[in-house]
Design a protein around this ligand. Structure first.
Ligand code: GLN
Length: 254
């Protein structure tokens, strides 16, 4: 009898542990990533790849977050967050004040900036002052699109849903310059754009990337502890070196 009670009590404890364990894991997070933002998040032959895909996986494991990736176009991501189709956005999203008014952001995990790319034949653009009267192509809805739109004297800013279309416009000489995120431009210069384009000038605008969620959310605190944990155990540095070929100048949180 005593042993029976003990056993039932034990079972009860196990059941509670199981249920609360399940609760602390919570629901599966739907994580919006971008289909074409190399080398951060991109989909190739149905496979999701990139620095952020791998970094996120490590962060989620540390934070005990189960997740499912939902690849989409960049322009669809914020709408998907608002509608609840995704819970988090991991897509090289730059933190700025306008966005902070609408969304919650994790601690930043990547320092970068905007750069200028011109045709390999171009001889008249070497700094942003040379862009007066010129046509700039970039991605719609990006910080580069806003930045180009605020530059005085630009003739036209062409915004494309996919950055590849901006690069194609540059190659076809329909645009004089592409302004976009440094690492994506760099990736293009080293791959499909090799020999056809060149980066010019200084970094135009310093930016940092963070993970976004709705203002009221239950994720960002856990995501931040996950980011701290992957920095601490060396995973961040290892992934950074794998994808960018050098060690990070500064680690997140430094
Ligand atoms: N960092 C830029 C932004 O936040 C571009 C991001 C992207 O194209 N995925 O607007």
């Amino acid at each position: 009898m005593g042993a029976g009670i003990c056993r039932s009590f034990g079972m009860l404890l196990l059941a509670i542990a199981f249920i609360s364990g399940g609760c602390s894991q919570g629901q599966t997070a739907k994580v919006g990533i971008e289909q074409n933002f190399r080398p951060f998040t991109y989909t190739e032959q149905g496979e999701n790849k990139g620095f952020e895909v791998e970094l996120w996986d490590a962060v989620a494991k540390k934070a005990g977050i189960r997740y499912e990736l939902v690849p989409m176009a960049y322009g669809e991501l914020t709408q998907a967050l608002k509608s609840g189709e995704v819970d988090l956005i991991v897509a090289g999203m730059t933190v700025n004040n306008a966005r902070k008014d609408k969304f919650a952001f994790s601690d930043p995990y990547f320092q970068t900036g905007l750069v200028m790319l011109v045709h390999a034949d171009n001889t008249d653009i070497s700094s942003k002052d040379d862009l007066k009267g010129k046509t700039v192509a970039t991605k719609l809805g990006s910080t580069a699109y806003e930045y180009a739109g605020s530059m005085p004297g630009i003739k036209e800013v062409q915004g494309y849903p996919d950055i590849n279309q901006a690069y194609e416009a540059l190659i076809a000489k329909e645009a004089d310059c592409v302004i976009f995120d440094e690492r994506n431009v760099h990736d293009y210069v080293q791959t499909r754009g090799q020999g056809k384009v060149k980066m010019v000038g200084e970094v135009l605008n310093k930016e940092s990337y963070a993970i976004a969620s709705k203002k009221r959310n239950k994720w960002i605190g856990r995501v931040n502890s996950g980011i701290q944990a992957v920095v601490k155990d060396g995973t961040y540095e290892q992934l950074y070196t794998k994808w960018f070929g050098t060690r990070p100048e500064k680690l997140p949180g430094e």
